[in-house]
Design a protein around this ligand. Structure first.
Ligand code: ASP
Ligand code: MG
Length: 413
């Protein structure tokens, strides 16, 4: 029997009308035949509200309450699962709710940021094969010793993909408030197009670059287990044309594009360490301090300084990490022996992403040509096999995104 997993996020189940609407979508999908499991997030705003309660009562951060935090915040998903199961029954369908633990999801790792250790989906599988719709609370599971645990913010996406893998489902359909993955942000470029398909790798780059369609971890999981994931609109009516975007293996994509999308991320900062003695130990010392503090770096630029035997090295970090990064480096000025640090916070990052880059030579030529034509200055660059990113002044973000979208032929006719 084929099985399919459907996932609905917080806005999609945001109130009782939306939950009734979702029940209609589930009914239409189930009518195609096969078993159905549905994963839900908490109703919009509910997780924030519950977290607020835990903060208000456990203000003293020295007291360890992480397990009880999980017990509280996991409730949001249970409410949504129970309500959706009721709405499905109201339509005459057979359905029941499952907590993560009842559904067999075992976690390890710290409370509030647990990882999925194993999923024994035998009972859910038997239920759906028997024609009962399983409505599973996302975001939560239980530790091996039976305590409720949660997967970290946005964790319902991970639940849905992991359940699809555990059930051997043909596909995981993620219903959300956009109707698919676009070539770029349609709020910036009205000619952005919905992609029919995108590879896992491209989606990972787009997601981590700020195209917030799905949680990055869930895409990594889908890629590892080869679970096809479809992103589609939860606003459409049952039976409407709603093809969405299929996130799948590269081989399953017929139309190979050089560039599939243009992503951007604001809130970038660049730290330059100027006049660092040209000595591998000092260079290692800079990055050891940042790495030990758990600060994620993105771009690194390394070049000769004006003075002999010295180099300039610059790295980019998210603006949220800037103060910490700078304090670590400035605090080690004597040991590292550099002249001074400089920072810039008026930057954003634009990136072009596409698996077709692997076999095409002119991708960089087109990118920097298009930026130059618009007079957009570039402060740093990084590349991977399927991505080129440039750090640019943030007031040029829109201009750059539109120019790149046009330059790679992505504009809708
Ligand atoms: N309700 C959880 C959150 O708000 C999990 C999720 O929505 O995916 O983070
Ligand atoms: Mg979400």
């Amino acid at each position: 029997m084929t099985r399919r997993v459907l996932k609905f996020g917080g806005t999609s189940v945001g109130d009782l009308d939306r939950i009734a609407h979702v029940a209609g979508l589930v009914e239409a999908d189930a009518a195609e035949g096969g078993g159905r499991a549905v994963v839900v997030s908490a109703m919009a705003g509910e997780t924030d509200r519950l977290i607020g309660l835990t903060r208000a009562i456990a203000a003293d951060s020295r007291v360890d309450v992480a397990d009880e935090y999980d017990a509280v915040v996991a409730v949001g998903e249970q409410v949504a699962a129970g309500l959706l199961a009721m709405a499905l029954r109201a339509r005459g369908l057979r359905a029941r709710s499952w907590t993560g633990a009842q559904a067999g999801l075992i976690t390890d790792g710290p409370h509030a940021a647990a990882r999925i250790a194993a999923w024994d989906a035998g009972a859910v599988g038997a239920a759906v094969d028997g024609g009962e719709i399983a409505v599973v609370a996302g975001f939560q599971g239980a530790t091996r010793d039976g305590r409720i645990s949660t997967l970290g913010r946005g964790g319902s996406d991970v639940t849905a993909v992991a359940l699809a893998a555990a059930l051997g489902a043909e596909r995981c359909d993620v219903y959300t408030d956009v109707d698919g993955v676009y070539t770029t942000d349609p709020r910036i470029e009205a000619r952005a197009r919905r992609l029919d398909r995108i590879s896992y790798e491209e989606m990972l780059e787009m997601a981590s670059l700020g195209a917030k369609v799905m949680q990055t971890r869930s895409i990594e999981l889908a890629m590892a287990h080869k679970v096809p994931v479809r992103v589609l609109s939860s606003l459409a009516g049952p039976g409407d044309d709603n093809p969405g975007t299929l996130i799948c293996e590269e081989d399953a994509i017929m139309e190979k594009r050089i560039v599939s999308g243009v992503a951007y991320a604001r809130d970038e900062a660049l730290v330059s360490v100027l006049g660092l003695p040209n000595d591998p130990d000092r260079l290692a010392g800079v990055f050891a301090r940042l790495g030990d503090a758990g600060i994620n770096l993105d771009m690194i630029v390394h070049g000769r300084a004006r003075t002999p035997h010295a180099v300039n090295v610059a790295f980019s970090v998210g603006r949220a990490d800037l103060d910490r990064a700078l304090a670590l480096i400035d605090g080690a000025k004597a040991e590292l022996g550099f002249e001074l640090t400089e920072t810039r916070t008026d930057l954003s990052k634009v990136s072009v992403v596409g698996v077709g880059m692997r076999s095409h030579a002119s991708v960089a030529k087109v990118m920097f040509g298009a930026l130059a034509e618009k007079g957009v200055g570039v402060d740093a660059v990084t590349t991977s096999e399927i991505k080129i990113s440039a750090l640019i002044p943030d007031d040029h973000t829109e201009l750059a995104v539109r120019a790149l979208h046009a330059a790679y032929g992505l504009d809708a006719a």
